[in-house]
Design a protein around this ligand. Sequence first.
Ligand SMILES: NC(=O)c1ccc[n+]([C@@H]2O[C@H](COP(=O)([O-])OP(=O)(O)OC[C@H]3O[C@@H](n4cnc5c(N)ncnc54)[C@H](OP(=O)(O)O)[C@@H]3O)[C@@H](O)[C@H]2O)c1
Length: 378
Amino acid sequence: MPASKSVFVTGATGFVGSHLTFRLLEQGHRVHALARGSKSSARERVHEVLHEVSGSDGSLGALLSRLEVMEGDISQPGLGLSDDVYGKTVSLTDEVWHCAASLSFAEDDREEIFRTNVGSTKNILQFVARTPSRRLQHVSTAYVAGNRPDVAMESDIDVGQSFKNPYEESKCRSELLVADAHRRGIARASVHRPSIVIGDSKTGRVTHFHGVYAFIRGLWSSLERIRRRSATREVIHLPLRVLGSKSGTLNFVPIDYVIDGMLHIASDDSSVGHTYHLSNPQPTPNMLWLPHICRVLGVEGIDLVESSQFAEHPITKMEMLFQKQMSFYYQYLQGEPQFDCRHALEALMGTAIRCPSVTIPFIEKMTGWYVDYLNRRQ
Ligand SMILES: NC(=O)c1ccc[n+]([C@@H]2O[C@H](COP(=O)([O-])OP(=O)(O)OC[C@H]3O[C@@H](n4cnc5c(N)ncnc54)[C@H](OP(=O)(O)O)[C@@H]3O)[C@@H](O)[C@H]2O)c1
């Protein structure tokens, strides 16, 4: 186990941040988690999500004594903390993990997305600059590569690419801020870029439902409506054309690989000043994951098509509804860059940390877990 550190984490109620916080506590570190309150307090929210992450196996109780939750807001100057608490926390912190972000892709949310993702990175850099070690682990995304048609290298940030949405653009802008702070000696930064994070590789279990889970949920809801109307549990034939590339891929990475990989990379000081793609060396072809998700959902007839298809045969009401529900995720079905992950693989060489291939059994396990979850909750 690495020596115990005092770690400041943002985004501990979120998918990546909660799993990270749990592992940091398991490794024996002390964690100061900055979180927002809503209907319940920040503390209750973080405890609740960590309970989910731990799988209620009773392991959490003993870890909570090393956790302090602080109510704040990363988009506020001083992170929304009092001067006293801010000053004390700064002086106690050995390392900062900045996971919090807005994951909205909506153009209408552009201002909020930039305030959260770019503004908060400025605020976090000010915090980091005052810590004794100035050590920052910045969680970004492989999709800062935007619409690049080629291979995205880990050392590339802004190479003049365009972006699919304000989220990608804001994450690229915040990486530029981190790189600049690193150059000026204000922070000693490593940047971690996961691709599309999915459930645990061993169990398929997941605690938050972004990205492909929203896609599965969209399909599941449409099918449930049909099943209720027709009172059948049989396989449904649903002729639904989905705008997407048959030759495209999606780069899925299980959460356990992302967390173990980032923590191992971060623990080695040679990672200071470098960026790592926590992406899958073998992205999953659209024509592999889609048919197998459909098989688990009990539906056939769903096909990826080019936009010209809709000119030939006008869009149906069902296709329109599905497209509306899924509009942001459609962007990713059109194709993605290839992510060169050489630095990450080299950093993990000699460890047991490997990115599992997202095979047919994996897709079925992951979808099966989520469909059971949705069925239980309805
Ligand atoms: N999930 C993925 O597939 C994926 C892929 C690549 C990269 N990433 C990166 O991983 C990081 C974490 O993503 P995630 O999937 O864990 O997202 P998430 O589940 O949506 O979590 C986002 C977290 O940020 C917090 N947050 C947002 N605005 C805040 C504010 N103003 N003040 C304090 N906290 C705030 C949220 O708190 P509330 O609970 O209060 O909203 C939540 O804890 C992000 O940097 C993201 O870009 C994620």
